[in-house]
Ligand binder design. Structure first.
Ligand code: PMV
Length: 358
């Protein structure tokens, strides 16, 4: 892998790079990691379309040597000092691959398409966009930014900023973490899902119900750590491999009954790990559970294969086929929006991955 980054150099003394990178939602969840952001189990995600971060990187060669990074960071045009330690940690982790980071003054400007107080994590899309901007500093021609090699390197770097960020480079589905059922899978970067997908998954919808906008009581970093001595960790990691294998045939056959069952089981298993760690914690809210019950009732009555998934928080992602979008959205408006904080929700669907901005 070090080979992949051999001799990476910057190609100019100053410049601007700009990328949009999407958010993603895992169907099979990554929860638990080893050193250097190596996942304890494989995961597979839908890349989103409307939820994304846009980042612009301005860089200029420094006149004097310094042993620290020079970073100014702006979110929505406001300087945000409190983001800088996280970016420095990211730079520390990737400096071995991009050895020029201390030689430049960087100004990073980022915006998210989703409200930053919405409780939707922006670290995956934000780190992915920044990784792409930094990597573009090394290309000799812009055509290189369209290559599979470029995306793989960007995913490798993004992983070191935010684990799930390595799944925020390509689309519409990305798999990360070495597993026997996908021959070219890797712990080091996400890969575009390599097997056939049934047409029912084209334009698959994700409506994100914002149940709780505040910051989480327990961060993902702590949650991952709590898997280290978790009594059920071994079974959970084995189950994730089995779920990837099952999902491969579900995605191929378009069996939505099996899809619903597996996706909901994954979401609840993620939260079951939180409920049974030491110390334990609960990120779901009463309205999360109320929505889950309503979704199951609606599905039983109508036969529409809408299902829920959760990330490490209280918000609910509702997944459904494009052909059921109207009926599902009616149901969301009529029965579910009342459970959202300030009635907030975001409609999204499968997306094709990051874009270079001119
Ligand atoms: O990338 P992190 O460290 O924020 O962890 C993400 C973990 C989950 O969102 C809960 C699951 C996943 O696979 O995205």
């Amino acid at each position: 892998m070090i080979e992949l980054f051999k001799d990476l150099k910057t190609t100019s003394d100053q410049g601007i790079t700009s990328w949009e990178a999407p958010s993603n939602i895992a169907l099979v969840k990554y929860w638990g990691k080893f050193k250097d952001q190596i996942p304890a189990n494989p995961s597979l995600s839908f890349t989103l379309s409307n939820c994304h971060s846009k980042t612009t990187l301005n860089y200029r060669l420094r006149s004097e040597f310094s042993d620290d990074y020079s970073i100014d960071f702006y979110l929505d045009d406001e300087p945000k000092e409190d983001f800088i330690p996280k970016i420095k940690t990211f730079f520390d982790r990737i400096e071995a691959y991009l050895p020029f980071l201390k030689s430049y003054d960087f100004e990073i400007r980022s915006t998210n398409s989703f409200p930053h107080s919405s409780g939707i994590a922006s670290s995956a899309s934000g780190m992915a966009a920044l990784a792409l901007c930094l990597l573009e500093m090394t290309v000799k021609s812009i055509e290189e930014t369209n290559s599979e090699d470029f995306y793989q390197k960007a995913s490798f770097l993004a992983r070191l900023g935010s684990g799930s960020g390595c799944r925020s480079i390509e689309g519409p589905l990305v798999q990360w973490g070495s597993t026997p059922s996908i021959s070219n899978s890797s712990d080091l970067f996400g890969i575009p899902y390599p097997t056939d997908i049934h047409p029912v998954f084209e334009n698959y919808q994700d409506c994100i119900l914002i149940v709780h906008k505040g910051s989480k009581a327990v961060s993902s970093t702590v949650g991952h750590q709590l898997m280290e001595n978790h009594p059920f960790a071994k079974q959970r990691f084995a189950q994730a491999h089995q779920h990837i294998e099952k999902l491969i045939s579900i995605l191929q056959s378009g069996d939505l009954i099996a899809f619903v069952e597996l996706v909901e089981l994954e979401a609840l298993t993620l939260h079951a790990m939180m409920l049974t760690s030491n110390p334990n914690f609960i990120l779901m809210k009463p309205n999360t559970l109320a929505i889950i019950e309503k979704v199951r009732e609606f599905r039983a009555h109508t036969g529409i294969p809408i299902c829920f998934t959760l990330d490490a928080g209280a918000n609910v992602h509702l997944l459904y086929p494009h052909k059921d979008a109207i009926a599902s959205f009616d149901f969301i408006l009529k029965d579910l929006v009342a459970y959202c904080e300030n009635q907030q929700y975001i409609c999204d669907q499968l997306g094709m991955g990051a874009k270079r901005l001119s």
